[in-house]
Design a binder for this molecule. Structure first.
Ligand SMILES: NC(=O)c1ccc[n+]([C@@H]2O[C@H](COP(=O)([O-])OP(=O)(O)OC[C@H]3O[C@@H](n4cnc5c(N)ncnc54)[C@H](OP(=O)(O)O)[C@@H]3O)[C@@H](O)[C@H]2O)c1
Length: 212
């Protein structure tokens, strides 16, 4: 599959590396594709590097690994219509301020043709692509208005090693998902590590919302 991964931070690095490992064709998008950081990442992962517009043009699937505040502006310059967009972003401001419109909802509204799937935004970057390393069951959440796109991204998550994938329904779930960030930050401060995640204990009697 052809991917465009937008952003060369922790998340962009982890996801593009994993996609390359799995044999996908990846172009990483950056503000400075000729810069040292982007070139080093491309060398490390084996992926291609380009502007955001070039990465998106290459892609069948796009990964939003940008700061939430920047995403709509950057996506506006990219060919994303009809493509699956895996939205991992959070607002930086969500750490200590209320969310007015969740970024997943705001992107879907700004670009109605995109097939947005929200997932992984409450998971540490290294665990996104190596969930087994925690050595116990823990959950990743997923939501989308597009049921078929959600199923395809669920399959991708499985290829990353995820076995506990909790389907929270449509994009109205973005508010709950993005509001986990203050809790995540507090847990990091308390536990003094990013090597943790949430696990949801349940009796499994609800509708088929959990695959584990
Ligand atoms: N780190 C995590 O563990 C984690 C976990 C879950 C969710 N997230 C979310 O995933 C997204 C990416 O996280 P990250 O940790 O990879 O962030 P990051 O290290 O700050 O990287 C974000 C990337 O976005 C690009 N960018 C474009 N415009 C920018 C701007 N104005 N300021 C800063 N960066 C800009 C940069 O790439 P170029 O310089 O190459 O353009 C930058 O490397 C965020 O929304 C974050 O909340 C992160």
């Amino acid at each position: 599959m052809k991917f465009g991964v937008l952003g060369t931070g922790e998340v962009g690095s982890a996801i593009s590396g994993k996609l390359m490992q799995l044999g996908h064709d990846v172009v990483i998008g950056s503000r400075q594709p000729g810069g040292d950081k982007a070139r080093a990442l491309a060398a490390r992962t084996g992926g291609g590097i380009g502007s955001y517009a070039e990465a998106a043009a290459h892609a069948e699937w796009i990964v939003n690994a940008l700061p939430g505040e920047e995403a709509i502006g950057i996506l506006g310059g990219c060919a994303i219509d009809s493509k699956i967009l895996i939205d991992i972003a959070n607002y930086n401001s969500a750490v200590d301020q209320p969310i007015i419109t969740p970024i997943g909802i705001a992107i879907q509204k700004a670009f109605p043709g995109v097939r947005l799937v929200k997932t992984l935004n409450s998971v540490s970057a290294h665990l996104m692509v190596d969930p087994d390393s925690l050595g116990q069951a823990h959950h990743v959440f997923i939501a989308s208005n597009d049921v078929a796109a959600k199923a395809e991204v669920t399959a991708l998550l499985r290829s990353f090693g995820w076995t506990s994938i909790l389907d929270l329904g449509d994009l109205t779930a973005c508010r709950a998902m993005e509001q986990l960030i203050p809790l995540w930050m507090r847990l990091e401060e308390t536990l003094k590590t990013t090597h943790f995640n949430l696990a949801v204990a349940h009796d499994g009697s609800g509708p088929s919302s959990t695959s584990s």
